[in-house]
Design a protein. Structure first.
Length: 264
């Protein structure tokens, strides 16, 4: 029998749902899943009909990071080059999500560990089922948090918490993750996908160019000063002021009706 695809892709109008699909391994990454996820995201990036993406996991986990069964070293055998895996797979994935000019929602359906936790945190909006938890599992196997974890976590939760959570590999339940600002919201398990779809549909119907520039500007705020940020806001506003969605938004407001945005 053919192997099931390690990544599933479905579309609902302008909203796409990408599902990591290795549930027996809690959707941990092997090369096939990396390649399938890259293909799915690249296709959605190039598709003007796609205006928002949900990333989730099949089964009881979101993603348990690297599949460690691919990393077992025979006694006296050569050590793997993990830098090469990061360079080839994890880093491009995180860079792609951060640069994607469309909103990406993580719908964290269950445990998110290692690179799986940081993949979720790289998404623009993180919703998590209340039973889900986030674990920076790396210290348990002698590694550093990767996939942007050392950059993202201190920004989200502060240096003190980031160091404790990573060095001690403390599992953070979804509601606690919401409370400390690590994620946007924890929701009931039964309504996770319904809420993610509602959010995704709303974003898919929104002015896509404006959302894309908002994403870039907020991400830049961590690395540049107010003067540069003000200049960038001016440039974005100038660009967006020429967009069809801006003209439609203003018309709709004046005509007291819902705007119909087209993402251009
Ligand atoms: O290597 C490189 O290229 C560098 C990049 C590294 C990035 C990384 O992500 S390093 C960190 C790797 N991930 C981990 O260390 C997490 C390992 N997993 C766990 O700690 C636990 O599984 C969880 C805390 C995530 C969940 O615990 P629990 O008790 O809910 O489930 P479980 O029983 O441990 O797991 C269920 C099954 O999934 C189990 O298989 P089995 O016994 O039913 O056949 C388990 O072995 C498998 N599984 C879970 N995580 C992984 C995995 N198999 C392979 N790799 C995994 N990461």
């Amino acid at each position: 029998m053919a192997e099931p695809s390690p990544v599933l892709l479905e579309t609902h109008g302008a909203l796409a749902i990408v599902t990591l699909n290795r549930p027996d391994r809690l959707n941990s990454f092997n090369e096939a899943q990396h390649r399938a996820l890259k293909a799915a995201i690249d296709a959605l990036a190039a598709d003007p009909g796609c205006r928002a993406i949900i990333l989730t996991g099949a089964g009881r986990g979101f993603c348990a990071g690297q599949d460690l069964s691919d990393r077992v070293q025979p006694e006296g055998g050569a050590a793997p080059d993990l830098g090469s895996t990061l360079e080839t797979f994890y880093n491009p994935l995180i860079r792609t999500i951060r640069a994607l000019p469309k909103p990406v929602i993580a719908a964290v359906n269950g445990v998110a560990a290692g690179a799986g936790a940081n993949l979720a945190l790289a998404c623009d909006i993180v919703l998590a089922a209340k039973s889900a938890k986030f674990i920076q599992a790396f210290s348990k196997i002698g590694l550093v948090p990767d996939s942007g974890g050392t950059w993202m976590l201190p920004r989200l939760v502060g240096e003190a918490r980031a160091k404790a959570l990573t060095m001690l590999a403390i599992p953070v339940p979804a509601e606690e993750a919401e409370r400390i600002g690590m994620i946007y919201r924890a929701v009931e398990d039964a309504t996770l996908m319904e809420e993610a779809m509602a959010l995704g549909t709303r974003l898919a119907d929104a002015p896509t160019l404006g959302l894309a520039d908002t994403k870039v500007l907020i991400q830049k705020a961590f690395t540049q000063g107010l003067d540069a940020q003000l200049d960038d806001e001016r440039d974005a506003q100038r660009r967006l002021g020429r967009s069809a969605d801006y003209a439609e938004g203003v018309r709709a407001f004046m005509e007291k009706r819902e705007a119909r945005f087209e993402g251009r």
